[in-house]
Design a protein around this ligand. Structure first.
Ligand code: HEM
Length: 480
């Protein structure tokens, strides 16, 4: 018995030493690598991060998440040198196991290479066509505002939680774009879809140990189920579009995509098919809905926190637009203060704090460091939007950041909430149009304040996006 025990202990010890040595050799720090905190074997720095404040605690420039090397780029210069000046080396996405299992590298956000180029180009040109071409989105956004205004007016200035209402409003713009129709806010299918999106959460552990986690139960399995349901939802819309499809009248993104599939000539390099269509549609929802609605929810909070700024915005809108007509994108140039406030909301709201991850697709030299191919890159947007060298008062809400001495609107180069370079947010123009039209419409019609006796709290929940913690607000109609 004694010898068996000794053998078992020795074997165990041998295995542990072997794993630790292999881990050490595999993850040896390369010469020329940027500095970083010491990492534990196997798990690296996963547990040294303060999860609630991840984007703030990242002052070091490299770390190891499980078996994955990560370099965090901090500050305007480092981020733009990588994404813009050396953009070709930094334009790929790393593999993220949980998402790979669901999206299979299809669509725009998570794809690479030929697939990414074709899908991105197609989405961009279709968005341009619907957003700014023949079927401009401007009237659709203004019409959607009338629905949300009605909904909010019904509270008659009493406190309400704007979260769901604003989510619905913004999601409907994507619905109009991809499905060609909007939903009533009370529609059961719509409510179900919105709930599914709300439940889409990120699971760290899965991505650190995918082989193991794939077989285990846990929240990631629910995440997969939710995404399968979302795919089914889009699949139904696609089926419907195919039945009513008319090449002489392409109504929306799905119609255009079906048209593209029809036009296939050279099969081998052609990435358009129905599975990929479904992923692209989910990409537009995933990236285009929550982001814009979160920004608007920050906007309300900042306006109640700084009532004098809200008043000044309203005064500018009253004098330029008045009350008898809705705002138009052409008004932007005449509303420099309002424009500056919207930009400052985006800067302080900082809603995609760590950007989306990139990966080096070759060995690169950056700012005196050597970063090998295959290293995950986090171009930290927080560090740019609050960079002390770029902003006069980085931690204060100050529309003056976007105004020159004559009160004209100016945009500093460090304003990059949509990121920069080849992966630049594909929906930037649409988002800017929505933020401008919705925000000015809200300011034209309502004055926001906290419920009596409640102070505004600018606290947030950290995830892929930073969203304000749930709050209630009062919206008093300005005119009957
Ligand atoms: C990517 C921000 C709205 C579609 C991104 C990225 C950021 C971002 C930071 C990552 C860029 C990178 O990896 O370097 C925002 C913000 C928005 C917004 C702050 C609103 C305030 C939208 C909208 C849409 C959209 C309305 C679409 C309708 C996309 C897509 C990507 C993306 C498809 C992936 C691009 C690619 O990988 O090539 N966005 N976004 N976004 N965004 Fe947005």
């Amino acid at each position: 018995g004694f010898f068996v025990n000794l053998d078992a202990t020795a074997l165990l010890l041998f295995i542990v030493v072997f794993i630790l040595t292999a881990d050490y050799i595999k993850n040896r720090r390369l010469t020329g690598f940027p500095p970083g905190p010491p990492a534990l074997p196997i798990v690296g720095n996963i547990f040294t991060l303060d999860h609630k404040r991840t984007h703030e605690s990242m002052t070091e420039v490299h770390m190891r998440m499980g078996q994955r090397w990560v370099v965090v780029l901090n500050g305007f210069e480092a981020v733009t040198q990588a994404l813009v000046t050396q953009g070709d080396s930094f334009s790929d996405r790393p593999s993220i196991p949980l998402y790979d299992d669901i999206f299979h590298g299809l669509g725009v956000i998570l794809s690479n290479g030929h697939m990414w180029k074709q899908q991105r180009r197609f989405a961009l040109s279709t968005l341009k066509y619907f957003g700014f071409g023949k079927k401009s989105l401007e009237p659709m956004i203004l019409e959607e505002f009338t629905y949300v205004a009605k909904e909010i007016s019904a509270y008659k200035g009493k406190p309400f939680n704007p979260h769901l209402i604003v989510n619905n409003t913004v999601a409907n713009i994507i619905c109009l774009l991809v499905f060609g129709h909007r939903f009533e806010y009370g529609d059961e299918q719509f409510k179900k879809m919105m709930k599914l999106f709300e439940q889409s959460i990120q699971i760290q552990l899965y991505n650190a140990f995918p082989q193991l986690m794939r077989c285990l139960p846990g929240p990631h399995q629910k995440f997969k189920r939710i995404n399968e349901e979302l795919k089914d939802f889009v699949r139904t819309e696609v089926k419907d579009h195919k039945q009513k499809w008319d090449p002489s009248d392409l109504r929306d993104f799905i119609d255009y995509y079906l048209n593209e599939i029809q036009m296939v000539t050279e099969k081998s390099l052609f990435t358009f098919d129905e599975e990929c269509l479904i992923m692209s549609v989910l990409d537009l929802f995933g990236a285009g809905s929550e982001t814009t609605s979160t920004t608007l929810r920050w906007a309300f909070l900042f306006m109640v926190k700084y009532p004098e700024i809200q008043e000044r915005v309203q005064a500018e809108i009253d004098s330029v637009i008045g009350q008898s007509r809705p705002p138009s994108v052409d008004d932007r140039a005449d509303l420099p203060y309002t424009d500056a406030v919207i930009h400052e909301i985006q800067r302080m709201g900082n809603i995609v704090p760590l950007n989306l991850p990139h990966v080096t697709n070759r060995d690169v030299h950056l700012r005196g460091y050597t970063i090998p191919k295959g290293v995950t890159i986090i171009p930290n947007l927080t560090s740019v939007l609050f960079d002390k060298r770029e902003w006069k008062t980085p931690f204060t809400f100050n529309p003056g950041h976007f105004l020159n001495e004559e009160g004209k609107f100016v945009k500093p180069a460090a304003f990059i909430p949509f990121s920069a370079g080849k992966r630049l947010c594909l929906g930037e123009n649409l988002a800017r149009m929505e933020l401008f039209l919705f925000f000015t419409s809200f300011m034209q019609h309502f004055t926001f304040s906290m419920p009596p006796g409640v102070k505004p709290v600018l606290d947030y929940r950290f995830g892929i996006t930073l969203s304000p913690v749930h709050y209630e607000i009062c919206a008093k109609p300005r005119h009957e």
